[in-house]
Ligand binder design. Sequence first.
Ligand SMILES: [Cu+2]
Length: 280
Amino acid sequence: MGRVGRHLLGMATIAVVAAGMTLATGGVAFAELGQPAPWEWTLQQSGSPVMDNIVWFHNFLFVLITLITLFVLALLVIVVIRFNAKANPVPSRTTHNTLIEVVWTLVPVLILVGIAVPSFRLLFLQLDIPKADLTVKATGKQWYWSYAYPDNGKFEFDSLMAQDKQPRLLGVDNEMVVPVNKVIRVQVTGADVIHAFALPAFGVKIDAIPGRLNETWFKATKTGMYYGQCSELCGKDHAFMPIAIRVVDDQEFASWVEAAKKKFASGGTSTYASAAGPTQ
Ligand SMILES: [Cu+2]
């Protein structure tokens, strides 16, 4: 193997090592569940079945593209080394090879089908909302979120970024609270301009559009704090309207609901009635 060959082999080794390291998604020791970490370069640790699937699909594609890239690289290297003018002064006049043509048509088709099947399965998992245990309505406003609980007495409250809270730029005064291991249907809309409700650990990202009610869902599998951000440029404070979700056990959720009903009773700012409620 020549100098070029060794160099290319070295690059291929680096690519494989990098692939292996990226596959360690979620295994980053310093990443806390539900929030970004300094110098993070993997997906956030998963906290829901949908995100488990997204992580799996990401790893699957990563292996696939790495193999394809290495294969194409190897072909190029062979061409460069074996078929350059010096090594191969009299070129072959071959124009057709039925077997190779069938193979290079069929194999890519099979690869694409192999990608399409898990891709569509994931898409349906995200879009096909299972029977919900709880509905929460999230309304994006310039520049904060409001959460309404139509199933629990229809209270609604605002959730604003709190300067003094950690993590920086993600902490809020009133977070959305949901029970663990329950299917939460999130209805998302915008009050003024288009926002987007996004929470990486749950694999959720959906536009909040004025005059339209979008739906998504998640099932948090572990208790704790989870953070996301508005993900549609929506004005000057776009970067300062985080989404904070506290996942608690059933008992804690029940007592939170009782307290929230009282705390937010006078709030009555619900100009955006829940979808289930009567319309005027
Ligand atoms: Cu926004």
